[in-house]
Design a protein around this ligand. Structure first.
Ligand SMILES: Cc1cc2nc3c(=O)[nH]c(=O)nc-3n(C[C@H](O)[C@H](O)[C@H](O)COP(=O)(O)O)c2cc1C
Length: 376
């Protein structure tokens, strides 16, 4: 692999080692030299117009493009992302308490059967098994299996504060958070945990926040976002904590429009949510070349696929959300995510109706993606 394709999150190391030692590759280079926000600010100013041209949930930004929740583990990663020209840097999802990571490995390369490497939601292939191994190829598709680990708030709060301070002009740190479901919790406790976590995020000085409802949290492969009424009750509790701070909800792929419409009505229409970020990964059974379970351990027969394979599904969700926004005559932001690997993919999301666009897998394998999009 050339240096350009050395991922800033090293998939051959544990999550803990990445947290303590990363980022790697060009992101590590970007952190060398001057410290603090000055260098990032200077870099941003030299390549950007004086007045930010775009916005994210009402906050002006140079280009509404960046990295979603996931590969930016702490303030060193988010600061490096800013310096590499990603004007939106999402701090990986935090919780109200420390939470362990799934065992290593947490990432595998994924090879769907179709000629263009795409995976279609609802297709048999997702249940029959998709080949997963360590042969990372471009255009890149991977699976990630972390279990949404989190540091204790005593550690992530001061670090998130530093991450926010490192944004240059026209750049925005986007915190991501989610609730934690633990044994014996009532629904009221679960709702309250979301509100508590949102308050902890707000205490860091966050200007906006994204609530993740799309990771398996409700038991094996059950997603909170597929229960729009519960998301409605949670966002009401969160809104009571964060007041006017804009809130975006991260959604997985929805197969039908009726539940998507119910999601919008349960949140946006009630004034608790100002935007949606979509999509998260698509769940697939992962197998090795011999057809055996690819990721070791109980409950890991299926895992979320991201990157090139899911671009079609992401574009589909964005188009349908944009159509519903028009039909319902409601105002909310759409952040398009899923398989953005080239400047053309970025443009496709904008054409589909996205107000902003983010890339996780594509950016991991091409640290220069924001600059390429700006140059194009
Ligand atoms: C390494 C990695 C870790 C991720 N962790 C999170 C997370 O903590 N919270 C979250 O909402 N999404 C997480 N995601 C999902 C991404 O935000 C994104 O929705 C998904 O990867 C699709 O985008 P992509 O095709 O550009 O990768 C993660 C993705 C990757 C690649």
């Amino acid at each position: 692999m050339s240096e350009q394709f050395e991922p800033f999150y090293d998939v051959n190391r544990t999550y803990e080692d990445n947290y303590e030692q990363g980022p790697f590759g060009l992101f590590a280079e970007a952190l060398k030299g001057e410290s603090g926000a000055e260098e990032g600010a200077a870099a941003a100013e030299s390549t950007q117009p004086a007045q930010p041209a775009e916005s994210f949930l009402g906050v002006p930004v140079n280009l509404a493009f960046g990295i979603p929740a996931g590969p930016l583990l702490n303030s060193r990663y988010t600061t490096a992302a800013f310096r590499m020209g990603f004007d939106l840097a999402t701090y990986k999802t935090v919780r109200s308490r420390a939470w362990g990571c799934n065992p290593f490995p947490n990432v595998l390369a994924v090879h769907p059967k179709s000629a263009d490497g795409s995976l279609t939601p609802g297709s048999d292939e997702l249940d029959e098994g998709v080949l997963a191994d360590t042969n990372y190829e471009l255009p890149i598709s991977i699976s990630n299996s972390f279990g949404v680990p989190s540091q204790d708030p005593d550690r992530w709060q001061p670090d998130m504060f530093r991450a926010i301070a490192a944004a240059g002009p026209g750049q925005l740190l986007v915190p991501s958070f989610q609730g934690s479901r633990v044994e014996g919790m009532s629904e009221a406790d679960y709702i309250a945990d979301h509100a508590t976590t949102a308050r902890l995020v707000k205490e860091t000085g966050a200007k906006v926040m994204v609530m993740n409802t799309s990771c398996p949290n409700e038991g094996h492969n059950r997603l909170l976002c597929h229960n729009p009424q519960l998301v409605g009750r949670i966002t009401e509790a969160v809104k009571n904590e964060i007041g006017d701070t804009p809130l975006m909800v991260k959604l997985a792929y929805f197969p039908d429009d009726s539940s998507l419409e119910l999601m919008i009505r349960s949140t946006v229409e009630r004034g608790t949510v100002q935007g949606f970020s979509t999509i998260n990964t698509i769940s697939a059974k992962l197998v090795d070349a011999a057809g055996r379970q690819a990721l070791p351990g109980v409950g890991r027969d299926r895992s979320g696929v991201c990157g090139n394979a899911i671009r079609g599904a992401g574009l589909d969700m964005v188009r349908r959300l944009a159509a519903l926004r028009e039909k319902l005559d409601l105002d909310f932001a759409i952040n398009g995510v899923g398989g953005v690997i080239t400047p053309d993919d970025y443009r496709a999301y904008k054409s589909a109706g996205a107000d902003s666009v983010m890339s996780a897998t594509g950016a991991m394998w091409d640290a220069g993606l924001a600059r390429e999009i700006k140059a194009a």
